[in-house]
Design a protein around this ligand. Structure first.
Ligand SMILES: *Cc1c(COP(=O)(O)O)cnc(C)c1O
Length: 395
């Protein structure tokens, strides 16, 4: 853990290639062996007919999309899920060949051209959008049918056609020669709840819609419904593909699902101490003097702040791990820096590394811990780390 050594690893996702020691005031470490382990753990609970789509939207939940995509595909995932066209293009530009589903909505001619050009697979959410796709592909003489994924709304009330209107929608797409139905899918609203009632209702609606689609002689080649929580909760929700995000990154969607599978957090956040000083009793710390030293204390400044994704609302509430021991953060967290009370470790040196999220010795601070403190979810914490933190791949 000590001092001035560089992390022994490859740095990626940095904005410039001029990163030297001094600019690595703070970074995100990505444990690729944990990532691979998680993929294999998820695959162990899937039946052989079910494939894993690793959801790598939002820069792989802040982990770095290209590196994550390469690792999960090597580890046994077969599909990638992204939210937007640029996220898909980024993976194709990195020469990733796996099928990529765009989970979000796409409408414009530019988006459709890019989807065709980069061999991405769009989600179709309604008949009007299907017709726009068909017309646009015809106009560019796209010769092979574009694989498309039909999204049904079974109770999330987000994207998709109402499950009761599934047949008409599927029939329309089926008849458009420029489009080929690759799957029919839906998304669950409450899969992380210990009460399965609403989830089961959504599954029944999904089943009902599929039965009706089959009754008009169309067999969807592939069905999918499960996110991470549903993947862990119930094998009956797995169908042909599971779309897992959070679990791939080693976090549990809910406490009651923890016993289902062993997962290892992939991401750690680290930063360096940039100055150490002693302050007298009564001295105010940081903006607004929200912390006043109750006694003489040893203070360390750390080079990470809210512009890096450390939530300012954790001011005076969070701990970090220093030399395998938890120390208290004090004063308001500022844009690029925060302060610690290191009185328990008075010989701390400038350049030493602290762990904000991660494990050091016996101590662990997880994204769930921050989420609980902030009354939010770990997904939001992971996605909050900004691009100015270099992502450093380990292992
Ligand atoms: C983000 C997303 C997922 C992955 O959700 P996790 O809870 O992170 O596993 C799956 N499906 C859709 C449609 C999504 O938008």
């Amino acid at each position: 853990m000590l001092s001035h050594e560089q992390p022994s690893s490859v740095t990626f996702n940095q904005q410039s290639d001029t990163y030297a020691w001094f600019s690595q005031r703070a970074w995100v470490e990505i444990d690729l062996s944990a990532l691979s382990y998680n993929v294999k753990q998820i695959l162990r609970i899937l039946s052989p007919r079910t494939q894993l789509m690793a959801v790598v939207k939002a820069d792989a939940y802040g982990h770095g999309a290209v590196t994550v995509a390469q690792t999960v595909l090597e580890s046994g995932a077969s599909w990638l899920g992204v939210a937007t066209v640029p996220e898909g293009i980024q993976l194709r530009e990195a020469r990733i060949q796996a099928p990529i589903l765009i989970l979000g909505a796409t409408h414009t001619v530019e988006q459709i051209h890019a989807i065709a050009q980069w061999k991405l697979q769009p989600t179709l959410t309604n008949p009007k959008q299907a017709l726009v796709f068909s017309d646009t592909l015809a106009a560019i003489n796209h010769n092979t049918p574009l694989p498309v994924h039909i999204k049904l709304d079974t109770g999330m009330s987000r994207l998709g056609t109402n499950w009761q209107e599934a047949t008409e929608f599927v029939q329309l797409v089926h008849r458009l020669p420029s489009l080929a139905i690759a799957s029919v899918y839906s998304h669950l609203a409450t899969a992380d709840s210990p009460d399965p009632t609403i989830m089961q209702q959504q599954q029944q609606r999904f089943e009902q819609a599929i039965a009706q689609i089959r009754s008009i002689g169309i067999e969807p080649p592939c069905l999918h419904l499960a996110n991470s929580a549903a993947t862990l909760a119930d094998k009956a929700l797995h169908y042909d593909i599971v779309r897992a995000g959070l679990a791939v990154y080693g976090l549990y969607p809910a406490e009651h699902l923890r016993s289902r599978i062993d997962l290892r957090p992939v991401l750690q956040v680290k930063a360096r101490i940039t100055q150490v000083k002693t302050i007298a009793p009564g001295t105010g710390v940081s903006y607004g003097h929200q912390f006043i030293a109750p006694h003489e204390l040893r203070l360390a400044v750390v080079g990470i702040g809210y512009a890096d994704g450390v939530p300012r609302n954790l001011s005076n509430k969070m701990q970090v791990i220093l030399r395998g021991q938890q120390v208290q953060q004090i004063g308001t967290i500022t844009m690029d820096q925060l302060m610690l009370d290191v009185s328990a470790i008075p010989d701390v040196q400038e350049g030493e590394v602290v762990t904000l999220l991660g494990t050091e010795g016996k101590e662990q601070i997880s994204a769930e811990d921050w989420a609980n403190q902030l009354n939010t979810i770990s997904w939001e914490i992971l996605c909050g780390f900004k691009h100015r933190l270099p992502r450093v791949a380990m292992g």
